[in-house]
Write a protein that binds this ligand. Structure first.
Ligand SMILES: [Zn+2]
Ligand SMILES: [Zn+2]
Ligand SMILES: [Zn+2]
Length: 256
């Protein structure tokens, strides 16, 4: 069965352009240098799995024509990955159903604290999401697909990547432990978070990301969670064959 991946956002936590930056990428007129916070949606026929709920979720859903979300999978609970969660209530209304939200234990704990109002009784009339928090035990079923969590490290923070069939999405990562490597070795399509050229304590830089891709040898790889250090066209021109920068609105066909 084939699925469709839509990149809703491909930017780092600041987004690109970044507030008050006049660099050539932040001031570029190339729409591919305009990056909202990192998120994808995986459409499986009529159903859809959203990965992370960025602060720009509402605008991302409108811009890319997202009309349905059956489940959400969280990579981790940093602000740029969770603070659009309230917008999910629109999908509750459309679908008239509770929406399961998957993540590891710590992610679910932070979400339940940061969005306390969602999980305690409040007065009627103030619309809020109807969600269930579900442990991303491996593998789990969401939006009609079998999803395998991939445990990786983002500095010291534990983060989940997700694999569906021959596709995997791993953002915000600085180390892939051996058990995760085994889960993605030889995969067809890999989306990988690579921040910039200069080293960073909690993200792969380009050199580290390319070294990992060389070891994994996916047929094709797409880079996401991109900072303003990467001009879209200039960076693509120096990447090896089969590796390219993703961009907001990019669509991939995958097979599960
Ligand atoms: Zn992030
Ligand atoms: Zn800039
Ligand atoms: Zn993060």
């Amino acid at each position: 069965m084939s699925q469709r991946v839509i990149f809703l956002g491909t930017g780092t936590s600041h987004g690109v352009p970044m507030i008050a930056c006049g660099c050539h990428v932040c001031s570029s007129i190339n729409p591919r240098n305009n990056r909202s916070r990192a998120s994808i949606v995986i459409q499986n026929g009529e159903q859809a799995l959203l990965v992370d709920t960025t602060p720009e979720l509402r605008m991302q859903a409108i811009k890319h024509g997202i009309t349905r979300v059956d489940a959400v999978a969280f990579t981790h609970a940093h602000a740029d990955h969770i603070f659009g969660l309230d917008d999910v209530r629109r999908f509750n209304e459309i679908q008239d159903m509770e929406i399961p939200c998957f993540g590891h234990r710590q992610t679910l704990k932070v979400i339940s604290e940061a969005f306390r109002y969602i999980f305690v009784p409040t007065q009627t009339g103030g619309g809020k999401p109807r969600l269930s928090l579900e442990l991303a035990a491996d593998p789990f079923e969401a939006a009609g697909m079998t999803v395998t969590p991939i445990p990786v490290f983002h500095g010291r923070v534990r983060v989940l990547g997700y694999r569906i069939g021959d596709f995997a999405y791993i953002t915000d990562v600085s180390r892939i432990p051996p058990e995760a490597f085994d889960l993605i070795k030889g995969i067809d399509t890999l989306v990988l978070g690579v921040l910039r050229h200069t080293p960073h304590p909690t993200h792969f830089n380009l050199e580290q990301g390319l070294a990992l891709l060389e070891a994994l040898k996916p047929r094709r790889a797409f880079i996401t969670h991109i900072s303003h250090e990467f001009d879209h066209d200039a960076t693509n021109a120096i990447l090896p064959p089969g590796v390219e920068l993703a961009y907001d609105g990019m669509v991939l066909e995958i097979r599960s």
